[in-house]
Design a protein around this ligand. Structure first.
Ligand SMILES: [Zn+2]
Length: 281
């Protein structure tokens, strides 16, 4: 179960603006979809690799690098932390008659809007009320927000500004984001009863990002990265390397076994990992 206990106050390491973020005391990873590249849909806990954006200087930092300045109880936070925007644009309002498919696309659009705009774009209607709300909000701690997918290319273009750990986080997010094009194609093909794997044709940008990410991960410590490294080799078509790594995983799991099987079959496309709670009854 995902549970919260108050808020943590974290300073932007660059301009020292204090942000508030929910203090997570337990979480789970249940999600309607999990994929081999770690993409998940509407996960109950999506840490976005810890990559955050400051609401004041708009620069990026890792949450782990943000100095901890204290804790707010839930009661304190209700007075001192900005509330999320209540305004939802009409185009994003969920309709009761929506099918599961339209709901899926609505969740994605809503998440994009939610993560990107709450502090910068007041709603176009009721401007007077909005200003009053903004004034009250400006005296409160802003919420810490994650970097958007659309920001990742810009971060990587200026990678000399950032630490290796931050660039690694951005490259993982960029890898998963760029695979979304294939995911959309795969979904459409699967619905027509077609096998989608041959539609995975990574672009030069994708290949370069995957290769650079592999170099970063292989340099880093930690056995838990083995599955990610193997998955990158598989998506690059280096099946023998992927199989070799996965056969040495000390504690195989459904994810490592699914990726191993795909590598043995010569499939390079990202694939869904089907946990028992997701299988059709
Ligand atoms: Zn800042």
């Amino acid at each position: 179960m995902t549970q919260f206990d108050g808020y943590r106050l974290l300073a932007c390491p660059l301009c020292h603006t204090i942000h508030a973020t929910v203090n997570i005391v337990s979480f789970n990873f249940m999600s309607p979809e999990h994929w081999s590249d770690s993409y998940s849909v509407y996960s109950l806990f999506d840490n976005r690799q810890g990559l955050r954006q400051c609401v004041t200087c708009h620069d990026f930092f890792l949450q782990s690098d943000a100095p901890y300045l204290g804790h707010l109880t839930s009661e304190q936070a209700s007075r001192l932390v900005e509330t999320p925007p209540a305004y939802i644009p009409p185009s994003l309002r969920h309709k009761s008659g929506d099918t599961p498919d339209t709901r899926h696309s609505w969740i994605k659009r809503f998440k994009e809007w939610w993560s990107g705009k709450p502090h910068s774009q007041p709603p176009p209607e009721d401007t007077k009320d909005t200003q009053a709300v903004d004034e009250a909000q400006s005296k409160k701690y802003p919420r810490l927000k994650s970097a958007n997918d659309e920001d990742l290319a810009g971060i990587l273009e200026h990678q000399e500004k950032y630490s290796v750990s931050l660039i690694q986080a951005a490259r993982i997010l960029y890898w998963v984001y760029l695979n979304d094009t294939y995911r959309r194609t795969a979904k459409a093909m699967t619905e027509k009863g077609q096998i989608p794997y041959s539609a995975f044709k990574p672009t030069e940008i994708q290949i370069n990002n995957m290769r650079t990410l592999l170099a970063l991960l292989e340099f880093a410590d930690g056995g838990s990265r083995a599955i990610t490294i193997a998955e990158l080799h598989r998506e690059l078509g280096q099946f023998d390397r992927a199989i070799d790594i996965l056969q040495k995983v000390a504690e195989p799991c459904l994810k490592s076994e699914t990726i191993l099987e795909a590598a043995r079959q010569g499939i390079s496309a990202p694939i869904p990992i089907l946990y028992s709670y997701q299988k059709k009854k």
